[in-house]
Design a protein around this ligand. Structure first.
Ligand SMILES: *Cc1c(COP(=O)(O)O)cnc(C)c1O
Length: 501
């Protein structure tokens, strides 16, 4: 709740009951906050309290201080939405003031807003998914493989402009297959972007290989060409050039391919593009996921389009993709009996889920535009907060804005992000920190890491000062207005706290 709205609900104990009734009528929230001389909350006043006072023959010209004392039910800055709701149920009330450490009200939570969570990124179905799924049921193709799988592969490949795709059970599975196809073996080295979701690099460990992490550049948040160059130089000196490089396209935006690919080529190292978050994005007119030797998309529930769970490995090289299909179906040889020469996996996508994917693919461009609009509304509504810097979209890039992300400036950025996220969470709004980079993960402790430059660890700084806002293509304008209102309030509060300190 904004400071202005909070001020309108705040009254002093010298006010008469009649004046309080008038104020309650004007503000229309069914509650007032009675503050003492220091601005601390003395009590809350509901319309029921006023009714009881008048029925109990306290004259309407009497001051509020004549009312019997009652301890107010309140929440603190660390109280989350579930706890607030529990308090409301316990005391049968519909609104709770939030107090800071000095017992001064800084926010209000109303029961009405706790009935609907605003998600970071939730599935958004189109109109045709059920047609394809129904078809799968009617034809009894409830199996891994089937006509929808074949069609989904070719339709997606056509859409992004690549020759072949193999639909699998997850993006993670697709990365695993990609590494195997690039010949990654136990003891090999594989480079990977540091700022990413852990699924980008866990498959390196599945292969028994050793990861080396590469920092982000400040202009793209994606892999830093300078850091990559230093890492490759080091690897050549150590005589352990990586078998491949996993290049991640973060939060719906391509990495800087024109800078990165020539470096990889120079050292003769192939690229596996992790485009799990960037399906629908473009870089200099070309689709994200068409730059590497192979690329991976994910259709997990939170991604821009979804099959509930699923992924795809794509490549121009038909042999590689045929090999991926084989490995994903237990590596069965061409023989009537079950003949096996190499180790395979059960990674294939089901025909039912591919049906969902075909429907989703038809609304992909719409989803990209919707997410970009969500971002633009945030940027416009928050442009008067100079302490906030959005993830940049350099010229020539077209991000999907899968997630709208920003960093806070200033020395207290980390603490301020925590405060903002807690205050959004209190209103049942899901915001998240920027991915915790891999060099900071206990799982990858000790793995070599190359920062952007000696005294600029960009990914650590982005993690420290960054957060992601609800960005779904199905976020309604009303929901987004709610997010913006609470965000503006939280940012204003941080500003005030800094001014006081
Ligand atoms: C989601 C994601 C993956 C993994 O995809 P799943 O389908 O969830 O296995 C890999 N890399 C990145 C960057 C992701 O965001």
């Amino acid at each position: 709740m904004s400071p202005e709205k909070l001020a309108a609900l705040s009254v002093n104990p010298e006010l008469t009951l009649r004046q309080a009734l008038l104020r309650m009528d004007q503000t229309g929230r069914g509650i007032l906050l009675v503050l003492n001389a220091e601005g601390k909350l003395a009590r809350t006043l509901t319309d029921g309290d006023l009714r009881r006072a008048i029925l109990g023959h306290i004259g309407e010209m009497a001051p509020l201080s004549n009312l019997p004392e009652v301890a107010p039910i309140t929440a603190g800055l660390n109280t989350n939405a579930a706890d607030v709701l529990q308090l409301m149920d316990l005391h049968q009330i519909d609104h709770i003031p939030v107090l800071d450490a000095e017992k001064k009200p800084v926010d209000m939570v109303f029961r009405r807003e706790l009935s609907q969570r605003v998600w970071l990124s939730s599935p958004h179905l189109g109109s045709e998914e059920t047609v394809f799924v129904d078809d799968a049921f009617k034809t009894n193709w409830i199996a891994p493989l089937g006509p929808h799988v074949d069609a989904f592969e070719s339709e997606l490949a056509d859409h992004v402009g690549i020759a072949n795709g193999a639909a699998v059970s997850s993006g993670t599975a697709a990365i695993h297959l990609g590494l195997l196809l690039l010949g990654v073996k136990p003891g090999d080295t594989v480079f990977c972007s540091a700022l990413t979701f852990v699924a980008s690099c866990n498959p390196i460990l599945y292969c028994g290989a050793r990861p080396v992490f590469i920092d982000s550049g400040p202009n793209t948040w994606n892999m830093s060409p300078a850091a990559l160059e230093r890492a490759l130089e080091w690897a050549r000196r150590e005589n352990r050039l990586p078998r491949c490089i996993i290049l991640v396209n973060l939060y719906g935006q391509s990495a800087d391919m024109d800078a990165l690919l020539p470096i990889c080529e120079h050292y003769g190292v192939p690229v596996l593009e992790d485009a799990a978050e960037s399906l629908g994005a473009r870089y200099k007119g070309k689709s994200s996921g068409t730059f590497g030797r192979m690329a991976v998309y994910s259709f997990n529930g939170n991604k821009i389009i979804t099959t509930s769970g699923g992924g795809m490995l794509v490549a121009d090289d038909a042999d590689l993709v045929a090999k991926a299909r084989k490995l994903s179906t237990q590596a069965r040889e061409m023989a009537a009996h079950y003949e096996h020469v190499e180790i395979g996996f059960n990674y294939r996508m089901s025909n039912v889920l591919a049906g969902i994917g075909r429907g989703q693919l038809r609304v992909l461009e719409q989803r990209v535009n919707q997410r970009r609009q969500v971002f633009q509304r945030y940027a416009r509504a928050l442009q008067d907060f100079p302490q906030l810097t959005w993830m940049p979209e350099p010229p020539g890039y077209r991000s999907t804005r899968w997630l709208s992300c920003f960093t806070l400036n200033g020395p207290d950025a980390h603490r301020n992000c925590q405060t903002v996220m807690k205050s959004l969470e209190r209103h049942l709004i899901e915001a998240r920190p920027v991915w915790k980079p891999m060099q900071l993960q206990p799982l990858y402790k000790g793995a070599p890491y190359f920062s952007h430059d000696d005294d600029n660890d960009v990914s650590a700084r982005l993690f420290n000062a960054g957060m992601c806002l609800p960005s779904g293509s199905n976020l309604t304008e009303q929901q987004q207005d709610r997010v913006i209102e609470h965000l503006r309030h939280a940012l204003a509060m941080i500003g005030t706290q800094r001014a006081v300190a």
